[in-house]
Write a protein that binds this ligand. Structure first.
Ligand code: NHX
Ligand code: ZN
Length: 687
């Protein structure tokens, strides 16, 4: 599955150099240092203006001796109760003793002043001393003293401008450091712009076309149609048809939705805008909607073109029934904008919107309405033949392959695998072979890779006591024995007691690739799953926590049988499955308490019955079971051949639908696959 992520990365968020030049002007050329430079110059200017008006500082005694005593003072201004500024009479300024006051005025003599100042302690003391000095020098004439408050502009500006600027500077700096050169920090001035990546016909980035997409034949046919709409619109419009506006690519993760979209880009030879749904939703309110607007504006300018929105569920999830539940407002705005924009297009405007999701059922109904994403292209998990093709594609880069490696064999071993999983298998096989210092990749390496992808890493040095080891072996032997003798259980491939990932041991099955599962198949499967716990109880007289996963599976299966598939008489043919996905937030069960009780009882009785059956079978085959357990303890891994040797060939035909009995077998109850309520895909079943 990691492959899909990678794809997304160099598709949606790619930061590769080159490509469309229009794409590269996203970084702000507007440099913040310019702003700082201008502000600094401005501040220095202010400073010099202040200095220009600055009088000369003198001592009180000079003031008294050289100015007051000689009657040179015109007036005194006390500023802010802090300093006394002295204005010299204009006609006295030319005297040599006042040269220091003149010098700084570039020699111009007659200036308004103030010419001198000195600092005072307090107004009272200043007045007292002034009076004393006047008396002492017997200065009769009145020297006017005025009191003024004056603001210091420089300080004010410092406080009001520099400080916030400094804060912004620090903030920007941190922001950039956090986000890196291509991160959100550099996008700060482009917040409302769409981050869509454009792939033009000249765009070097898209090298994928339909030839590179293995499997997905049906999806390819449908998507080719869309490419054709863009290439030859007249062909369709002359007959009065309308070209669809949007198509939804729906399918489980790893099935190649993004790859398919990429191939459209490579094939269509029209501009291709790619964006991930999560790009719309960010931390700033209103950003999503404006990005949608911007994206569609760009697209309209470049029509005909394709817009691809990956992971549309990020914005397209159904809007809640009760509005103003908070948190979702931003997403809803974005969705509304998207709906508006899609309606805003005239038909045949030449813009087609593709979107990918793995959950079409949770999307808002409004998105799927006619005229919006009214076409759904289903991208399904590959079947046997498609897996074979995909294996061939991914085996191509492996330069040295063992002759016995066959894509067909590997395809058979990997039911339920997605394209991304298969890519992973091929890569992992090469790594495993290299680790073993082999000069080619052999079949066993592929098998090990498959095991690893299903079961996780082997944990060879996990400390397990001999007693525990025996419990594990007998538990697994229980699965093996029961599944071997049951008619409808899946065929077993191997049993292992080598710890892998979370599990201490496992029985591996090759699930049949079928569209429908019968009630008998479900019951037998449950019986086989319970075989482990049954063996523990029967042969050790005690049970362990190890059956957790088994019990979880059985319980879920039983509930599905009763409440979804109508497979119990007491509940009857009723299903409480909700495929609409619109009732996400409703906690009400759609049935009465009595029904709930009946469901619980039915589930218990189904499981109890299966458990009794498992125990009965184990007692019947106890010798064989114990042999299998002991062989497991000895060899750690055993295969179907070992089981056949110990128990004999499987007593029943393989499947109820196999060629030899398909015609005669009465079809009892035919039921769909368990609805995919879990997040993980069904792989080989292990217990
Ligand atoms: C554990 N896992 O987590 C160990 C590693 C019956 C021999 N303690 O059915 O591996 O026991 O057929 C808390 C408590 C998982 C968390 C108990 C998580 C139990 C798999 C179950 C083999 N094969 N079971 C199986 C298995 C386990 C489990 C738990 C937990 C076992 C069994 C897990
Ligand atoms: Zn088990």
């Amino acid at each position: 599955m990691s492959e899909e992520n990678n794809e997304k990365k160099d598709f949606g968020f790619g930061t590769k150099p080159g490509g469309d030049p229009k794409n590269n002007d996203k970084k702000p050329k507007f440099n913040i240092t310019w702003v700082y430079g201008l502000i600094a110059i401005f501040l220095f200017g202010m400073l010099f203006m202040q200095f220009g008006a600055e009088p000369v500082e003198i001592t009180r005694s000079r003031f008294e001796q050289e100015m007051l005593r000689t009657h040179d003072v015109e007036k005194i201004e006390v500023v802010n109760n802090k300093r006394a500024e002295i204005f010299i009479k204009q006609d006295r300024l030319s005297e040599t003793k006042f040269h220091d006051a003149n010098k700084q005025k570039n020699g111009t003599v007659a200036t308004a002043g103030p010419h001198y100042f000195f600092t005072i302690g307090s107004v009272e003391v200043f007045e007292k001393k002034l009076d004393e000095a006047m008396k002492e020098f017997s200065v009769e004439e009145e020297v006017p003293v005025s009191y003024v408050t004056r603001e210091n502009h420089f300080e004010t500006i410092l406080n009001w401008l520099l400080f916030p600027l400094l804060l912004i500077g620090v903030w920007l700096f941190i922001f950039r450091r956090m986000a890196g050169p291509n991160g959100a920090g550099s996008q700060i001035f482009n917040i409302g712009k769409s981050k869509a990546k454009i792939f033009d016909k000249e765009g070097a980035e898209v090298k994928v076309d339909f030839k590179d997409v293995a499997g997905l034949e049906e999806a390819k046919v449908e998507i080719k149609e869309i490419v054709d709409f863009l290439k030859n619109p007249e062909k369709y419009t002359t007959l009065g048809g309308k070209i669809p506006k949007g198509a939804l690519l729906v399918g489980p993760p790893g099935t190649g939705k993004t790859l398919l979209a990429k191939a459209v880009a490579g094939e269509a030879h029209v501009p291709f805008f790619s964006m991930s749904g999560s790009d719309f939703v960010e931390m700033f309110v209103g950003v999503g909607a404006s990005r949608v607007r911007d994206l569609f504006k760009q697209a309209k300018e470049k029509a005909p073109c394709i817009i691809f929105i990956d992971e549309i569920d990020a914005i397209g999830r159904a809007r809640g029934k009760n509005p103003n539940w908070g948190a979702n407002d931003e997403r809803e705005n974005t969705l509304n904008q998207l709906l508006t924009e899609m309606d805003g297009f005239g038909t045949n405007s030449g813009v087609i919107i593709l979107a990918a999701t793995n959950r079409a059922d949770i999307l808002d109904r409004a998105l799927l309405r006619a005229g919006r994403f009214d076409r759904q292209i289903h991208v399904e998990l590959p079947d046997l033949n498609e897996r074979k093709e995909i294996f061939k594609v991914h085996m191509r880069p492996l330069t040295k392959l063992g002759e016995e490696v066959s894509a067909e064999f590997l395809a058979k071993q990997t039911p339920g695998f997605s394209g991304a999983d298969i890519a992973n298998v091929a890569n992992e096989a090469a790594l495993i072979a290299a680790r073993k210092n082999k000069n080619k990749v052999e079949k066993q390496d592929f098998l090990d890779a498959i095991d690893r992808i299903i079961g996780g890493l082997e944990k060879k040095n996990k400390i397990i006591s001999p007693e525990e080891k025996k419990t594990i072996a007998y538990h697994e032997a229980g699965h093996a024995t029961v599944s071997w003798v049951l008619e409808h259980a899946n065929p077993l491939i191997k049993v292992t007691i080598v710890p892998r990932g979370q599990a201490l041991g496992a029985a591996w099955y090759l699930p049949e690739e079928r569209q429908l599962t019968t009630k008998d198949q479900m019951l037998d499967e449950m019986c086989a799953i319970l075989g482990g716990r049954a063996a523990e109880e029967l042969f050790f007289g005690r049970i362990s926590t190890g059956a957790l996963n088994d019990l979880e599976k059985v319980t879920k299966q039983a509930y599905a049988m009763v409440s979804f598939f109508g497979m119990s008489d007491r509940i009857g043919n009723r299903s409480f499955y909700d495929s609409s996905g619109q009732n996400e937030y409703s906690f009400n069960k759609p049935y009465s308490d009595d029904t709930a009780k009946a469901i619980d009882e039915e589930v218990k009785s189904i499981i109890d019955l299966a458990y009794e059956k498992a125990k009965a079978l184990l007692l019947e085959y106890r010798e064989q079971h114990n042999k299998i357990g002991d062989l497991l303890l000895e060899k750690e891994v055993i295969f179907a051949e070992d089981l056949e040797r110990i128990i004999g060939p499987r007593p029943h035909g393989k499947t109820p639908f196999s060629e030899d009995n398909a015609a005669t077998a009465p079809v009892k109850e035919i039921v769909p696959e368990t609805p995919n309520t879990e997040t993980t895909e069904p792989k080989n079943q292990t217990e």
